[in-house]
Design a protein around this ligand. Structure first.
Ligand code: NAD
Length: 320
């Protein structure tokens, strides 16, 4: 049995991760933490308990942990990269202050904590291709600053207090359930929505800009498998590079055209997102995750494209 609190359960990852955890740990309390204005709805609301947990409020975290005898916390609260650049103070308060609150509760109540990091923890001085696990992290964005700080803070709590902190650096995540929350890689989700609706896509990222991406089912598996892994082989903890595919807008566009030959794309580059994208790696080396806990992706670009177009076309009634 496992009792899990998901902080930020209604976002792109949380809405799917919560349901997945409920399907696996059927006897436990899998608690959907939310903030006002982002309450769980539909299946997410009906299928299990939920609790008001603003990560900036330590008492709310402690109350939920106490009430549901939580042993594992998935901390998904964050402002994503483009939003964080517009609200850097709030991004720090949630990303670092909120993580500190979570780790303090975890220290007192002996919970394990998963807090995702990101390809955004790297910067322009980082080796761009096959970025190694241990390398320069010099992000230029507030998002990246919160992620690097979060990695170090989580490792500190493990070393000094024995809190079982574990994490992965997610690439851009592609999914069809909940829209992304304002990141630099959102275009790779939006492009499928446009194709499924039969609309032309205006691409905010320039041709030739490569970033690592991953299909949501692989990302959910990574988040669950790392928390289930035998830690005796861990050399790293916060945070593991994981990877499955890397592409630029031209590659994903042409892949979609294989299945939707009429699909059209035009570039309308967004300077903020483009400058963030250019400061991030082209692709990550995930050897350490493979060796230390057996990470292995299942979806490549082709398999993901077929599934995304099938699911979204069914939703928008434009099956081909
Ligand atoms: N989606 C991606 O492509 C991606 C890639 C790399 C890393 N990540 C990381 O994964 C985590 C989850 O990302 P996501 O895509 O689901 O983000 P999202 O923006 O879709 O969801 C964030 C969630 O946090 C909640 N939240 C905001 N402020 C909060 C607060 N004060 N207290 C509690 N909850 C609060 C929101 O209501 C929302 O449910 C973040 O740490 C993000 O940086 C995501």
């Amino acid at each position: 049995m496992k009792n899990v609190l998901i902080i930020g359960s209604t976002g792109q990852i949380g809405s799917e991760l919560t349901m997945k955890l409920r399907s696996i740990y059927t006897n436990g309390n899998i608690v959907a933490g939310y903030i006002p204005g982002a309450e769980p709805k539909g299946e997410l609301k009906e299928s299990g308990p939920s609790a008001l947990v603003d990560i900036t409020n330590p008492q709310q975290i402690a109350d939920a942990v106490e009430k549901y005898q939580i042993d594992t916390i998935y901390n998904l609260a964050a402002l994503l990269s483009a939003v964080a650049e517009a609200k850097p103070q709030l991004a720090w308060k949630i990303g670092v202050g909120g993580l500190f609150n979570t780790l303090e509760v975890a220290r007192e109540k002996r919970c394990a904590v998963f807090t995702p990091s990101s390809i955004g923890s790297f910067g322009p001085e980082t080796p761009k291709d096959k970025t190694p696990q241990d390398t320069i992290r010099n992000p230029r964005t507030m998002y990246g600053v919160t992620k690097v700080t979060g990695e170090m803070l989580s490792d500190y709590y493990f070393r000094h207090f024995g809190v079982d902190t574990r994490s992965v650096r997610f690439p851009g995540l592609i999914s069809y359930v909940t829209p992304p929350g304002g990141g630099t890689t959102d275009y790779a989700v939006d492009i499928y929505y446009a194709a499924a609706k039969g609309e032309k896509f205006l691409c905010p990222i320039a041709a030739g800009t490569f970033m690592d991406m991953m299909y949501m089912p692989d990302a959910l598996r990574a988040a669950i498998e790392i928390m289930e892994a035998d830690p005796s082989k861990f050399i790293h903890r916060n945070s593991f590079n994981i990877a499955s595919m890397s592409f630029d807008p031209e590659i994903i566009y042409h892949k979609i055209k294989e299945y939707r030959p009429d699909f059209q794309m035009e570039y309308q580059v967004d300077p903020l997102r483009q400058s963030i994208a250019e400061s991030w790696p082209n692709s990550l080396d995930d050897t350490c995750a493979r060796e230390e806990w057996g990470w292995k992706p299942e979806y490549d670009l082709d398999a993901m494209t077929r599934d995304m177009l099938d699911k979204l076309s069914a939703r928008f009634g434009k099956q081909q």
